[in-house]
Design a protein around this ligand. Structure first.
Ligand SMILES: [Ca+2]
Length: 379
């Protein structure tokens, strides 16, 4: 899937004949703007169209982005603004994040091409030199595709001595099958190593087995046919393997939770309650501990409501003075073109205050302003 998208990206950038072809397909797309507007913003529309194409071909979940294509996109103009901002004495950070937080990844990449053409140097290196601290982390994160960013976060969480299990769990237990497949491919391209090998090298026991089963990405695609018998069998198997017996048959839990489709599992957990006195999350906490418990809980929370899971992670990252910047940055950067808008809704609904206001209270400076821009508005 990623390969198709990249191929189309290339065509989109370098082949104007193809642009017209894609244009004519896109005329039937739902979000078509006026023809006049379209001509001005053709590249932006192509990016948006490619996003929709990814979803359609990937059979993936709908998206709720806060960062959408800038309709009057002019990569040369943006590149010029960034070049001036970098050259300004003391660096004009505001202009840099004003531009980059209001463009999609595809647009940022076009800006980087345009920048390289005019400044004769790499924009990412120039940004690294010009920015620092938390703002630099956000901006460099935005210069990666979502899969590249996830792959880099995984790499960062396992490199060196010790492992950042919390980050590893967040990423591997929350990403969809399609996302995981793309992450695996990108991981190999970036680091010349198999993701499976690196994960296996840094984790152990049942925790490793669960993560490796997820990385295999062999979850069923959602089916239009509801298999009530299978739902009942799986619910019963989860109960028999856990609460009903002494000890836990973790292998059984892993296979059901890593191979079944999400809609199927949602029904399994409902059915589960007719066998077990405890719901699935309570059962997990009774049966297993440590990283394995955290992983299973993350999985079940994401199956039930992924955006609520992220809203809760954000709340947790900002519950005391200051913020766990690593978690905050990662969720905002990795979800802004995926489902941050829906995460915002869940945040407001469950935590009383808007995500925007919460970020405003727990962060400061340019970092704060960049995050608020990505957040895309108050609720
Ligand atoms: Ca048990």
């Amino acid at each position: 899937m990623g390969r198709v998208k990249r191929l189309l990206d290339h065509l989109c950038l370098f082949n104007h004949h193809t642009l017209h072809t894609v244009h004519s397909w896109d005329c039937s797309a739902q979000h078509l703007r006026s023809a006049d507007h379209y001509r001005k913003s053709r590249m932006a529309m192509i990016s948006e169209f490619l996003g929709q194409l990814t979803l359609q071909l990937g059979g993936g979940e709908p998206t709720y982005p806060t960062v959408v294509p800038e309709p009057n996109f002019d990569p040369d103009k943006d590149a010029a603004r960034i070049e001036t901002a970098i050259k300004t004495k003391g660096v004009d950070e505001q202009t840099i994040f004003d531009v980059l937080t209001k463009r999609t990844y595809n647009q940022r990449r076009e800006i980087a091409f345009a920048y390289e053409r005019r400044a004769k140097k790499d924009m990412i290196s120039a940004l690294k030199g010009a920015l620092s601290g938390s703002l630099e982390t956000v901006i460099l994160g935005l210069m990666k595709s979502t899969a590249q960013y996830d792959a880099s976060e995984i790499k960062a969480s396992i490199k060196g001595l010790g492992t950042d299990e919390e980050s590893l769990i967040e990423i591997l237990c929350s990403r969809s099958n399609d996302e995981l497949k793309e992450i695996k491919k990108v991981y190999k391209e970036l680091f010349k190593k198999e993701l499976e090998k690196d994960v296996a090298g840094d984790t152990s026991g049942d925790f490793a087995k669960l993560l490796l089963a997820l990385v295999e990405a062999k979850r069923d695609e959602p089916s239009s046919v509801i298999d009530y018998q299978k739902i009942d069998e799986d619910a019963r198997a989860l109960y028999d393997a856990g609460v009903k017996r002494k000890g836990t048959d973790v292998k059984c839990w892993i296979s059901i939770m890593s191979e079944r489709s999400v809609p199927h599992l949602q029904k399994v957990f409902e059915r589960y309650k007719s066998y077990s006195p405890y719901d699935m999350q309570e059962s997990i906490s009774k049966e297993v501990k440590g990283d394995l418990e955290k992983s299973f809980l993350t999985l079940v929370q994401c199956f039930e409501n992924k955006q609520l899971y992220f809203a809760n992670r954000l709340q947790d990252a900002m519950k005391s003075k200051g913020a766990k910047e690593k978690v905050l940055t990662r969720i905002i950067v990795s979800r802004c073109e995926v489902d941050l808008k829906k995460i915002r809704q869940e945040f407001k609904a469950h935590h009383g205050k808007s995500l925007y206001q919460t970020i405003a209270e727990h962060t400061k400076g340019d970092y704060q302003r960049a995050l608020l821009s990505l957040c895309g508005g108050d609720d």
